[in-house]
Design a protein. Structure first.
Lengths: 119, 201
């Protein structure tokens, strides 16, 4: 089962699933992608209608716009999220290694000391 | 709880992200299909002399191929990631029985024990039904552990969803899987191959 969150840790929000499948509350980037997709759909559909006055075709353009904008935002956001995760992992490992190796010969920040006694 | 459990291993994290990616694609395809169904229900147009539809046939051949490639590439990446050689530090053997698991830690000392599920009537308050056992498997965290899985009688399957593991226990065959838990905790799993009347009970 999922680990019980400690006090002070962020808890998972109540799931809100679009079409019963896509949990926009808890999946990173899902909410933003769907919102931008909806905005893109309205802009594309409305713009097409204003230009051509064709209702059915404007609806098609709106749906197409929704799919394309959602997909584009999704890939862009997930790519940045993946980069952020990698950076977090590097930072976490770096902090752990710094604590672990501090004052040992493996400490990368340790300055080499010259031996004054040897002549 | 609905959906996948929180990830404890790096592989499970990757699987969670792949699941999100595929779910988004499924959501978009479902939206498109819903829209097309609504169009079919509201149109009054009838084409009685449609001879060909080259453009739409090209689109609905190429587009699914692209979608499948978009799903297949991350899937294959994770598949090969699971098979990477990672030099485990510890080996634990587990044998499936009807209806319990036995574990052997033989790297440093000979340690064997059986792990039976606690019956519902004997659970203490707060314990989870059908999940608690009398002897738990204790594993080190942030270390690669090799699990050798087999069975003494019928087919079983050793599964821990939080670690992204499910490996069949087949009599006469030794299956291997590796795991790495990134955080301390208590993780549950149930036998995932039907093995008789007390399967997962």
């Amino acid at each position: 089962m999922a680990a019980t969150p400690e006090p002070g840790e962020p808890t998972k929000g109540k799931p809100f699933k679009l079409l019963g499948i896509l949990d926009v509350e808890n999946i990173p980037c899902a909410r933003d992608s769907v919102l931008y997709g909806s905005l893109g759909s309205v802009v594309a559909g409305l713009g097409h209608f204003l230009l051509t006055s064709r209702i059915r075709r404007s609806c098609d353009v709106g749906v197409g716009g929704f799919i394309l904008v959602t997909l584009g935002c999704w890939f862009h956001c997930r790519y940045n999220y993946a980069k952020l995760r990698i950076q977090e992992r590097i930072a976490r490992d770096g902090i752990k290694n710094k604590i672990l190796y501090e004052s040992t010969h493996l400490d990368p920040e340790r300055k080499p000391t010259t031996d004054k006694n040897s002549s | 709880q609905l959906g996948l459990q929180d990830a404890t291993s790096p592989i499970m994290e990757e699987l969670l992200h792949f699941h999100d990616h595929t779910l988004m694609i499924v959501f978009l395809i479902s939206s498109l299909v819903l829209y097309i169904i609504s169009l079919m229900l509201t149109t009054k147009l009838t084409h009685t002399s449609t001879m060909d539809a080259q453009e739409v046939e090209t689109v609905w051949t190429i587009l699914p191929a692209i979608i499948l490639i978009l799903i297949a590439l991350p899937s294959l990446r994770i598949l090969y990631m699971m098979d990477e050689i990672n030099n485990p530090s510890l080996t634990v053997k587990t044998m499936g029985h009807q209806w319990y698991w036995s574990y052997e830690y033989t790297d440093y000392e000979d340690l064997n024990f059986d792990s039976y599920m606690i019956p519902t009537q004997e659970l203490k308050p707060g314990e989870l039904r059908l999940l608690e056992v009398d002897n738990r498997v204790i594993l080190p965290m942030e270390m690669t552990v090799r699990m050798l899985i087999s069975s003494e009688d019928v087919l079983h399957s050793w599964a821990v969803p939080s670690l992204g593991l499910k490996t069949d226990a087949i009599p006469g065959r030794l299956n291997q899987t590796t795991l790495m838990a990134m955080r301390p905790g208590l993780y549950y799993g149930q036998c995932s191959e039907i093995c008789g009347s007390n399967h997962s009970f």
